[in-house]
Unconditional design. Structure first.
Length: 119
């Protein structure tokens, strides 16, 4: 591999989650249920944005250190119809998304790049 394009990069910070579990005895009618929900408050969005920027910069530096050219996304856009579809589907960062089971996560992309969800 000599050249790469990084079409999207994002970090996820889960802010709400939980889990349900149940059990029933083998020969018993008794059933046990437990449910746990947690919420993480006070996440510093500026710090998370800085983390996304730093992690992306580290990835680019890592590629370059291995002699791999990282093509700027804007230079790749006119060359690829598929990449144009990704770019068109970018969403502003940060964005909160509901997750399976009632959870919530915040997604952060590097500055100047949106978040992208497949599907």
């Amino acid at each position: 591999m000599k050249r790469v394009v990084i079409p999207y990069f994002q970090i996820e910070v889960q802010s709400k989650g939980g889990k349900d579990a149940s059990s029933k005895g083998f020969m018993s009618k008794m059933k046990n249920n437990v449910s746990v929900t947690y919420t993480i408050d006070g996440v510093d969005q500026a710090a998370m944005q800085a983390l996304a920027d730093s992690l992306y910069a580290n990835l680019v530096t890592s590629f370059k250190a291995r002699g791999i050219e990282v093509i700027d996304r804007k230079d790749a856009l006119p060359r690829s119809k598929n990449y144009a579809k990704i770019e068109a589907a970018y969403q502003q960062t940060p964005i909160e998304k509901g997750m399976a089971g009632g959870g919530k996560s915040m997604f952060y992309a590097p500055t100047g790049m949106g978040v992208y969800f497949v599907g």
